[in-house]
Design a protein around this ligand. Structure first.
Ligand code: ZN
Ligand code: ZN
Length: 383
């Protein structure tokens, strides 16, 4: 067999160089190729970097794409160089323990004003910051807004105490690409408590952490403003805590209550209790919404629509809908699946604060039969 191939190879060579004109043609071709090589070497670097930029754009496009097929495209690529969370995340553990211990002081510093502040800030940081900002805007680009609004929402999301915005987005995009499979950072298949909070006890070694951010959040990593917002995560908590303390002191003076008691109440309820409540709210999306509930769509993961998570997490509990159509701004796809965060996006749209809102309910051309609903009952809503 090998001999036959060799014979064919030599036969071909003989034929091609058999005549004088063929030899001349070959020489001419070589000269042309050499010229091309020289021209290529002399080319400035930017065309190459242009290609790289295009590749990054394509990667980002696939990160933000809809449907599970998009996740699969990323999967094979990321598996090649998958970094593992092998380092103990001491900072995260200390942070979570500290917040929970601080929240234990709640009964001793209860005031109605403190409770009101807690509920209001739960909405501000949990809904406006995390759900609207971190999740629908920065992770999935479900709508577009002005740059200062992006930074504002990222800052408010940071107040929720869930870490650097870039880390959050990277983790969540990885979750979508590998939902309930290997490399999903928080799948209940690894244990319900793992998906709820234990996964936060681990992190990447520092260099792998950088790779993780670049791989999953290339758009945010190159945004210096966003990097700065992420770095301000910890200092901003002290600034907010200080403001609450001052406000509590002032309210104490106005209501003729002990001002230091009121100031402490504002910090305990407005920071510690509120943050613990928001953290568990977000964590329930990762745990409960992948364990309990019903499914509108046959996705390849275990995502569920969970009504009580939808209530406490401002619409995020309609998680099966979201996994089926990650970029879609409304997470409620049936009439009873109320999504308060989407109402806010609509409000922003009406007031000119948001545009390019991804809502396939109104774009029939986006119908994709591959992701048809499991029971076929979600008619026009079915994207
Ligand atoms: Zn999920
Ligand atoms: Zn998501």
């Amino acid at each position: 067999m090998a001999a036959a191939n060799s014979a064919a190879h030599y036969k071909g060579t003989t034929v091609s160089v058999g005549t004088k004109s063929s030899v001349q043609k070959l020489k001419a071709r070589r000269a042309k190729n050499d010229k091309k090589k020289a021209a290529h070497l002399a080319e400035p670097k930017h065309p190459k970097s242009h290609v790289t930029a295009e590749t990054h754009a394509a990667k980002l496009e696939s990160l933000l794409s809809d449907g599970q097929h998009a996740g699969k495209v990323n999967q094979s690529e990321t598996n090649k160089a998958a970094d593992e969370r092998t380092a103990i995340n001491y900072a995260s553990i200390i942070w979570i323990v500290l917040l929970h211990v601080g929240a234990l002081a709640a009964p001793f510093y209860f005031t109605w004003e403190g409770l009101g502040l807690m509920l209001f800030m739960h909405w501000v940081t949990g809904c406006v910051g995390v759900t609207l900002g971190f999740h629908r805007l920065l992770t999935h680009s479900s709508f577009q807004t002005w740059k200062p609004v992006r930074y504002f929402l990222a800052t408010v999301g940071g107040f929720a105490g869930e870490g650097d915005v870039i880390e959050w987005v990277a983790n969540h995009r990885q979750h979508h690409a590998h939902s309930d499979q290997e490399h999903d950072p928080h799948s209940p298949r690894d244990g319900s408590w793992w998906s709820h909070m234990w996964w936060l006890c681990w992190t990447f070694p520092s260099e792998a952490q950088v790779r993780h951010h670049k791989r999953w959040a290339p758009d945010l990593v190159k945004d210096r403003g966003m990097v700065w917002v992420g770095r301000m995560f910890l200092p901003s908590q002290f600034i907010l805590g200080g403001l609450f303390m001052a406000a509590g002191y002032g309210v104490g003076l106005l209501t003729k209550t002990d001002p230091w008691f009121m100031a402490t109440s504002f910090v305990v309820w407005g920071v510690f209790v509120r943050m613990v409540a928001v953290l568990h709210t977000t964590w329930f999306v990762n745990s409960a919404s992948h364990i309990w509930g019903y499914r509108n769509y046959e996705t390849t993961d275990d995502s569920k629509n969970n009504w009580w998570v939808a209530i406490i997490a401002y619409g995020e509990g309609w998680h099966n809908n979201h996994h089926a159509w990650p970029r879609m701004a409304p997470h409620g796809h049936r009439w009873w699946e109320f999504d308060v965060t989407f109402r806010i996006i609509r409000l922003m749209q009406w007031t000119g604060l948001a545009w390019n809102v991804v809502d396939y309910k109104r774009k029939s051309e986006k119908v994709d039969l591959k992701a048809a609903p499991a029971d076929g009952k979600v008619d026009k809503v079915t994207v």
